[in-house]
Design a protein around this ligand. Structure first.
Ligand code: GCO
Ligand code: MN
Ligand code: MN
Length: 388
């Protein structure tokens, strides 16, 4: 039996807002009492997590006095030291306070845009103080309910200007920090700009310092958009932009559910884990999810342990898949290549193009070959269901 105990090399992290979620929803009051940031760090230490991430105001309430802030930081620092839990990522809350009701960097009000920059600089300082190396931007309210309110191209420009500003800030301060942009198609706004990881990847290339900026794709967000999460992750990876990842689960076409990782679409979760393990992804694996509203804090621990355990089981299944003789033989057969087409691939030149123009292709013979994907998929299902 494989060992499914979380190990530090997996960099399993949780946000203060995830295990600290008190079970409030739009229809009901909280079902759990709040815990302090330090208490949440002890909880994470107990379940074997590697790290904890926070928004500025998860740690320090927006109206805290400097003395209160110092006291909270001291207690938080002690909990980190006691447990060995580290802070790999931090972020800014640019969505809870009513001042952000029409967005932060893309707000129509220049005072809000300036305040958002000020708040972000302070939050970056706070994250760096606790050792964060990745800084996430999730533009939760950078969107609209009505498109009569904003010029969408202007909103993108405002977002770009803000990102350029904070990149320069980090350079100016000499911080060792990279940015990871997180896309979401909707919720809390009706529509959010840069709605998918693909949009974010394109946006990053328009920045002054694209080398400092990558993405933080989230399972639920791409599933809400009805698209294949792993494909977006692979594209980000291939572009050298997979700086961080938010793992959870989600039924498509529903409100933002933030379910325990792998609890809904186990097959999608398997291909995702297999991809991350096969390529050797080494950045944090962050679980951006929360326990059901039905749970007490024992249930929160069950939730957190479950996220990590499912990941590790799927990583074990991926290793089993890679070592399975029948599956590998089938893959080899599917990918058969006699090398006769090699001459046409790679960089274009006129001779190649000329030769390719005269190459005969027997379309019927080629297309009549069955590809055996049904068998391959069933073998994968057998493996996932534990009968292989
Ligand atoms: C959400 C988002 C957030 C962000 C977080 C860090 O749907 O609410 O996923 O949880 O990940 O704000 O940027
Ligand atoms: Mn989310
Ligand atoms: Mn997220």
């Amino acid at each position: 039996m494989a060992d499914f105990t979380p190990k530090p090399e997996y960099k399993f992290t949780f946000g203060l807002w995830t295990v600290g979620n008190i079970g409030r929803d739009p229809f009901g009051a909280p079902t759990r009492d709040p815990k302090t940031p330090a208490e949440l760090v002890y909880l994470l230490g107990e379940v074997g997590a590697y790290g904890v991430n926070f928004h500025d105001n998860d740690l320090i309430p927006i109206d805290a006095t400097p003395a209160e802030a110092e006291a909270i930081k001291k207690e938080f620092r002690k909990a980190l030291d006691d447990t060995g839990v580290v802070v790999p990522m931090a972020t800014t809350n640019l969505f809870s306070d009513p001042i952000f009701k029409d967005g932060a960097f893309s707000s129509n009000d220049p005072r809000v845009r300036a305040y958002a920059l000020q708040k972000t600089m302070n939050a970056i300082d706070l994250g760096v103080e606790f050792g964060a190396k990745t800084y996430v931007f999730w533009g939760g309210r950078e969107g609209t309910e009505t498109d009569s309110s904003k010029n969408a191209a202007e909103a993108i420009k405002r977002n770009r200007e803000a990102m350029n500003f904070v990149c320069e800030y980090v350079i100016d301060q000499g911080y060792d920090l990279r940015f990871a942009l997180e896309a979401k198609p909707n919720e809390p706004r009706a529509d959010i700009y840069n709605p998918t990881t693909g949009h974010m990847l394109a946006f990053i290339e328009t920045l002054d310092h694209p080398e400092m900026v990558g993405v933080n794709p989230e399972v639920a967000h791409e599933h809400m958009a009805g698209i294949n999460f792993m494909h977006g992750v692979a594209q980000a990876w291939e572009a050298g932009k997979l700086f961080h990842i938010d793992l959870n689960d989600q039924y498509p076409g529903r409100y933002d559910q933030d379910l325990r990782f792998g609890s809904r679409d186990i097959k999608a979760a398997f291909y995702l884990v297999k991809f991350l393990e096969d390529v050797g992804y080494e950045n944090p694996r962050h679980f951006d999810a929360h326990a059901y509203r039905t749970e007490d804090y024992e249930g929160v621990k069950d939730f957190a342990r479950g996220c990590m355990r499912t990941y590790l089981i799927l990583a074990d299944k991926a290793a089993q898949y890679n070592a399975d003789k029948e599956i590998q033989a089938l893959l080899e057969e599917i990918n058969v290549d006699d090398g006769s087409m090699d001459q046409y691939f790679g960089k274009y030149n006129a001779e190649k193009a000329g030769a390719l123009r005269t190459q005969p292709f027997n379309r019927e013979a080629i297309s009549s070959r069955g590809l055996k994907y049904e068998r391959l998929d069933q073998l994968t299902i057998d493996l996932l269901l534990g009968v292989r």
